[in-house]
Design a protein around this ligand. Structure first.
Ligand code: ADP
Ligand code: MG
Ligand code: MG
Length: 254
C-alpha cells in the first residue's frame, strides 16, 4: 500500500517584499485507501499545501520532507510526481486553449501509464466515466476548461481522477461553487474511486457540506500554515457548530 508522508513541511512564497512563510511545519501521513479531510479558514495555506505537493514552481520548500513510499517527492519534477501516482485537482483549474478534453485525457493517461491505452477500451472507459459524472458527450471535444462553468470544471477534475487512477489524490476545494446536484455527482465520483480501496484521498475544504456525502476517516484542522488538531469525522461536526474562530486565534492544539 502506497504511503505519502509529509514531515515538518515549511514552504515560502515569493512576494514583492521578499519570501513569506505560508506553511509552518505540516505533518501528515496518508495511506492508500484512507480519506483525510483538511479543513481550515481562508488564507490558512491549504492551497499552498496542495501546490507544494504537486510541485508548483512558485512555492519553495525551505524545511521538511515529503516522501511517497520512501521516495523523495520534493526531488521529483511535476511529471515524475504524476507518474509516481500523485494527483492534484486544483481549486482554480486552468484553461488549456487548443487542447480538447479527449486529447488531454488520453495524453495524460499515456504519460502516466507509460503506454497509450488501447483505443477501444479507452473510449469505453471515458464514456462510462462521463456518463456517471453526468457530462454531455460533446464535452469531450471542447477545449480544457475554456468557458467551462464552475461545476463543469470540477466534474472534469474528477473525470481525470477516475481515469488516471492515482495512488494519492489531493482535491483542493472540489466542493466550492457547486450547487447541490453537482456536489452530489462529484461526491459520488470521489466515492467510486474511494471504493476501489486503491486511492488515498486528501480532501481540502472550507465547508463541512461535502463531508455529508463523503465521510472522511480522519479530519484535520488547518490554521496559520499547519495542522492544529486531528480527529475523526466528529471533528467536522464540531467545526460546523463552532467554526474556526478558536483555531484561528491560535489558541488550541491537538
Ligand atoms: P487557502 O487555500 O487556505 O485559502 P492559500 O494557500 O491560498 O490559502 O493562501 C495562504 C496565504 O498565502 C494567503 O495569505 C495568500 O495570500 C498567500 N499566498 C499564497 N500564494 C501566494 C502567492 N503566489 N503570492 C503571494 N501570496 C500568496
Ligand atoms: Mg482560499
Ligand atoms: Mg485554497
Amino acid at each position: 500500500m502506497a504511503t505519502l508522508e509529509i514531515n515538518d513541511l515549511h514552504v515560502t512564497v515569493e512576494t514583492e517584499n521578499g519570501p513569506r512563510e505560508i506553511l509552518s511545519g505540516v505533518d501528515l501521513t496518508i495511506k492508500q485507501g484512507e480519506t483525510h479531510a483538511i479543513m481550515g479558514p481562508n488564507g490558512s495555506g491549504k492551497s499552498t499545501l496542495a501546490y507544494s505537493l504537486a510541485g508548483h514552481p512558485k512555492y519553495t520548500v525551505t524545511q521538511g520532507t515529503v516522501t511517497l513510499d520512501g521516495e523523495d517527492v520534493l526531488a521529483m519534477t511535476v511529471d515524475e510526481r504524476a507518474r509516481a501516482g500523485l494527483f492534484l485537482a486544483m481549486q482554480y483549474p486552468v484553461e488549456i486553449p487548443g487542447v480538447s478534453v479527449s486529447n488531454f485525457l488520453r495524453t495524460s493517461a499515456t504519460a502516466i501509464r507509460g503506454e497509450a491505452p488501447k483505443l477501444r477500451t479507452w473510449v469505453k472507459e471515458v464514456k462510462t466515466a462521463m456518463t456517471e459524472l453526468q457530462m454531455d458527450p460533446a464535452f469531450a471535444e471542447r477545449n480544457v476548461n475554456e468557458g467551462f462553468s464552475g461545476g463543469e470544471k470540477k466534474r472534469h477534475e474528477i473525470l481525470q481522477m477516475e481515469l488516471l487512477k492515482p495512488k494519492i489524490a489531493v482535491l483542493d476545494e472540489t466542493d466550492s461553487g457547486l450547487d447541490v446536484d453537482a456536489l452530489r455527482v462529484v461526491s459520488e465520483g470521489v466515492n467510486r474511486v474511494r471504493a476501489t480501496g486503491e486511492v488515498g484521498t486528501l480532501l481540502i475544504t472550507h465547508y463541512t457540506r461535502i463531508l455529508r456525502y463523503i465521510t472522511p476517516d480522519y479530519v484535520h484542522v488547518f490554521a496559520a500554515g499547519k495542522i492544529v488538531k486531528s480527529g475523526g469525522p466528529e471533528l467536522a461536526d464540531e467545526l460546523e457548530n463552532e467554526g474556526y474562530e478558536k483555531y484561528a486565534k491560535g489558541g488550541a492544539s491537538a
